[in-house]
Write a protein that binds this ligand. Structure first.
Ligand SMILES: [Zn+2]
Length: 434
């Protein structure tokens, strides 16, 4: 028996494998960092037995678009007119905090994600050199990208190279690995995008970029002589399975078809898009055309939290409304968008996203005993439309327990929240009363 060997016992196990295999009751065995058993409760139980009675075991959730440090800004950018959010509200707030505050915010954000059953994030922000340390400390699996802009491009590229040297770009070798993060199609000109494409080619890193997230972005790109944001990216070879585009809120039909045809990965962030733009991305069209879609919560100040259960529900509701069709985007597809499909968008479907022998042991237990989750007739419907992040009782990443009985095992939640609150204090609005 190895030191980190566990048998998790639960009332229900949803493997999220291709066949939707389910065991009720069931068990997941863990040897070191990997899943060694999935099936009915075995007669011989190896290692430490963790009794998760009343729970369903799932693969850990994968959040494909986050900015953890923006935890600091929750509640400060409410009901802003379209087009004013970033330049008019976020940038002035960001100017008031430094790397120390952002690191404290990132760790608090990671704690929020962990408590909600998220085991993998795609995180991006400026100052990632500092923030990546907090993400690593949290124990989450993460691909981290330093945001690149024309403004300071050379410095940003050097920072990306330094991150690549520190963590590498291979998710098999490192729990934290590096992606390239050009900010958006209106803030990254042709020269920078050519440099990004070359660095991606050389390093094997995935590229993460915001795409068609505002009317101003589309107008800027069109003013440069391109038919649209997707065509602009495509002209640098930056659409395809190793590129993750976030939002796509303002993609026209032809552009959505192009993104899909290239097999591009899409981070769909429905609650952020609804709150900041009053829009829904053309998800049905993107999927039909061949895009791989995962759900992202975006930042805590966009929507105003990082709960993937809430995001599944929002994605389902908004896409049904957008289609004018209650059969659009079924619950099973939504659950895939935070597990197996989300893992595929990040190129790690061979490692995580389903409970299968040999995969990394990223496992969560969701307590199914709350009145809002009973009766347990349809686990998929309950998880998508009735569960909450706060129902998560246990989280394992790489076979290590990070959350047991809803308490963080390695992180000092009280200290992290106190440091986060301290870092956010100077941002507190003065004289606001409602
Ligand atoms: Zn974003």
């Amino acid at each position: 028996m190895s030191a980190s060997s566990y048998t998790l016992l639960a009332d229900d196990v949803l493997t999220l494998d291709a066949a939707w295999t389910r065991y009720s009751p069931g068990a997941v065995g863990i040897e070191d960092a990997r899943i060694s058993y999935v099936g009915p409760p075995p007669a011989a139980r190896t290692g430490t037995v963790v009794d998760l009675e009343g729970c369903v075991l799932l693969p850990g959730l994968v959040n494909v678009h986050t900015h953890t440090p923006m935890w600091l800004f929750r509640g400060l950018t409410e009901d802003v007119p379209r087009g004013e959010w970033l330049a008019g509200h976020m940038r002035p707030l960001e100017a008031r905090v430094g790397p120390r505050e952002l690191r404290a915010g990132a760790l608090a954000g990671c704690l929020e994600l962990l408590l909600g059953g998220v085991t993998t994030i795609a995180d991006r922000y400026s100052g990632m050199g500092e923030i990546a340390g907090a993400v690593e400390e949290s124990g989450l699996r993460a691909v981290v990208a330093h945001s690149l802009y024309d403004d300071g491009a050379e410095r940003g590229l050097r920072e990306s190279e330094a991150l690549l040297e520190r963590f590498g770009a291979d998710p098999e070798r490192s729990r934290v690995w590096v992606g390239l993060g050009p900010h958006a199609t209106d803030t990254c000109g042709p020269q920078l995008l050519r440099q990004v494409a070359a660095l991606a080619e050389r390093s094997g890193a995935r590229v993460f970029i915001h795409l068609a997230q505002s009317e101003a972005e589309v107008a800027t790109v069109r003013a440069g002589g391109y038919t649209g944001c997707a065509a602009y990216l495509d002209s640098f070879g930056l659409l395809g399975p190793t590129v993750v585009v976030a939002h796509g809120t303002y993609l026209g039909d032809d552009e959505a078809d192009l993104v899909g045809r290239r097999g591009t990965a899409v981070a769909h962030c429905p609650s952020s898009n609804a709150k900041l733009e009053g829009r829904v991305a053309p998800v049905a069209r993107l999927r039909r055309a061949g895009a791989v879609i995962g759900l992202g919560t975006d930042a805590a100040c966009c929507n105003n939290g990082m709960d993937l259960f809430a995001e599944m529900r929002t994605a389902g509701l908004l896409n049904k409304v957008a289609a004018g069709d209650p059969t659009a985007l079924v619950a099973a597809d939504l659950l895939r968008m935070v597990t197996s499909d989300a893992a595929a968008t990040l190129g790690i479907a061979h490692l995580v996203g389903s409970l299968e022998i040999g995969k990394r042991a990223d496992v969560i237990a969701v307590d199914q005993r709350g009145p809002h989750l009973q009766p347990w007739h349809d686990p998929v419907a309950n998880l998508v439309y009735a569960a909450r992040g706060s129902d998560v009782r246990a989280v394992f990443v790489d076979g290590q327990p990070l959350l047991l009985d809803r308490r963080p095992v390695r992180l000092d939640a009280e200290r992290i929240l106190a440091a986060g609150a301290r870092a956010a204090r100077p941002l507190a609005p003065v004289g606001v009363a409602r």
